[in-house]
Design a binder for this molecule. Structure first.
Ligand SMILES: NC(=O)c1ccc[n+]([C@@H]2O[C@H](COP(=O)([O-])OP(=O)(O)OC[C@H]3O[C@@H](n4cnc5c(N)ncnc54)[C@H](O)[C@@H]3O)[C@@H](O)[C@H]2O)c1
Length: 325
């Protein structure tokens, strides 16, 4: 497989580390900053391409690791050249762009996968499997937390809300995808955000914080807190209560994942968790789907649904009104 990564920034590095472990992958890299691409080529034994057109001519798979507002255009150019596409989350900046990517894949007969990597994080995957197998009974409430400090990125694009969407589109989209995957469709969205409807309106302010409450079609109520204002750095957590048990995960705890049933601690202190890097497992799954001509494990529609939930949350934050889907 020839895989071409566009973007030699933070996530491009994470992805190249994984491809470099795959013996059946030849790696290509393109970045608008030639020096960064050259550095990656040296570090990961990749071929550098001088233009994006050259990259898409050379490879079977394009892996999109550039800022979110540029995903759709890059994906469509890759698909027109016959390349399969895996794109960093969020799939794109708008529902229309996501749909264009889904349509493009269909039209050109190629595969598209949104890289919703949280599905491959061991405890999030174990929590999903436990809930799906009925370990907590009928889920009644879910609380998800994620965040850290404000990311800098290569050009401060994260802090430009029109480019990144702030914490709701950039950070909470991970948990929105997990919720749709684990709990199911959402009926109502209500969000508050310090950047959109709260105390902070100044563009020079770099942090962000938002809280969203969803009512799911099955009656479960969930809440996501997303922040770029935690000076202690990255954190992620899950709390689920159901008719027959509860589940708790906070990644700074040891053990991080705890299950209780009938008020008593139950089996998973640390379940049999897959140890491979989640980014490795995610990208390997896409390469295998291309090699074996099967559907990717995460479909374009699912990436679009998570983006739509984030955009509904942004709308609610801006208007102060609940959004009914
Ligand atoms: N899955 C995760 O855990 C995770 C974490 C962080 C970021 N992301 C996502 O990954 C994507 C990239 O984020 P990042 O942190 O790597 O950003 P970054 O700013 O660190 O890197 C972006 C790279 O893209 C390059 N670039 C920008 N425009 C380009 C263009 N037109 N053509 C070629 N190269 C271009 C830049 O030079 C830079 O090297 C975003 O969509 C972001 O939301 C995902």
């Amino acid at each position: 497989m020839r895989v071409g990564v566009i973007g030699a920034g933070g996530m491009g590095r994470v992805h190249c580390i994984q491809y470099a472990k795959m013996e059946d992958v030849d790696l290509y890299i393109y970045d608008r900053n030639r020096e960064w691409a050259d550095n990656f080529a040296e570090a990961f034994e990749a071929e550098v391409c001088g233009t994006y057109s050259e990259l898409v001519r050379e490879v079977d798979i394009v892996d999109i690791c550039i800022p979110t507002h540029l995903h759709c255009e890059a994906a469509l150019l890759a698909m027109e050249a016959g390349c399969h596409v895996v794109s960093e989350k969020p799939l794109a900046s708008s529902s229309e762009e996501c749909q264009n990517m889904i349509d493009g894949a269909k039209q050109h007969g190629v595969k598209l996968m949104p890289a919703q990597v949280v599905r491959y994080f061991a405890e999030h995957e174990a929590a999903h499997n436990a809930i799906k197998s009925g370990a907590v009974g009928k889920p009644a409430s879910v609380r998800l937390r994620r965040g850290g400090t404000t990311p800098i990125g290569s050009s401060e694009w994260f802090t430009k809300l029109d480019k990144s969407g702030g914490v709701l589109l950039d950070v909470a989209v991970h948990d929105m995808d997990w919720l749709l995957w684990t709990i199911g469709p959402v009926k109502t969205v209500y969000a508050r955000s310090i950047r959109w409807n709260g105390a902070v309106r100044d563009d020079s302010f770099r942090g962000d914080y938002a809280s969203v409450t969803f009512t799911h079609e099955n009656g479960c109520i969930s809440n996501i807190e997303a922040t770029w204002l935690d000076p202690l750095g990255f954190h992620a957590g899950i709390e689920v209560s159901g008719s027959e048990g509860s589940l708790e995960f906070f990644h700074r705890d040891n053990p991080p994942l705890k299950l209780s049933q009938d008020g008593q601690p139950a089996s998973v202190g640390r379940p049999n968790l897959p140890t491979d890097d989640p980014y490795y497992r995610e990208l390997r799954a896409f390469v295998d789907a291309v090699k074996n001509d099967t559907d990717p494990p995460i479909m374009g529609d699912e990436g679009k649904a998570a983006v739509e939930l984030a955009l509904a949350s942004l709308e609610s934050a801006k208007t102060g009104q609940a959004v009914h889907l």
